[in-house]
Design a protein around this ligand. Structure first.
Ligand code: HEM
Length: 95
């Protein structure tokens, strides 16, 4: 669903922008975080359902957990859980 042809650049940019948006959302909320709500709508047009779009943030969390190994703590897990819930609410599209 990320497209198969000529998509590496788009996938890399998507990941980089998603990480920037997460950091901004969790931090100062200066502007990058707004991408999340915008893109949930444009992805609807690409055929990416909202649930799948949101699941991408969970995949990033899981990947970080795997990378951190022993350094992953219950507190980090809790903070991520809260963050993912907030992102889900923020990206909610009114019916
Ligand atoms: C499973 C989750 C996702 C899928 C399957 C997906 C899929 C896609 C597809 C098919 C495109 C169009 C590529 C093209 O034009 O060739 C795209 C573009 C893009 N995606 Fe994603 N995406 C996902 C998650 C995200 C997330 C979480 C973000 C950021 C919050 C994001 C940001 C973007 C951006 C910035 C573009 C460039 C075009 C635009 O502005 O809409 N994507 N994505």
């Amino acid at each position: 669903m990320f497209r198969t042809q000529g998509s590496e650049l788009v996938m890399g940019a998507m990941l980089a922008l998603t990480i920037e948006a997460i950091l901004d959302f969790a931090g100062q909320r200066r502007g990058h975080f707004r991408l999340i709500a915008c893109e949930v709508v444009s992805h609807d047009g690409y055929g990416t359902p909202r649930e799948l779009f949101i699941a991408f943030f969970g995949v990033i969390r899981d990947t970080l957990r795997d990378l951190l190994g022993d350094e992953w703590s219950p507190q980090i897990a809790q903070t991520w859980d809260r963050l993912l819930t907030e992102i889900d609410a923020f990206a909610g599209v009114p019916a």
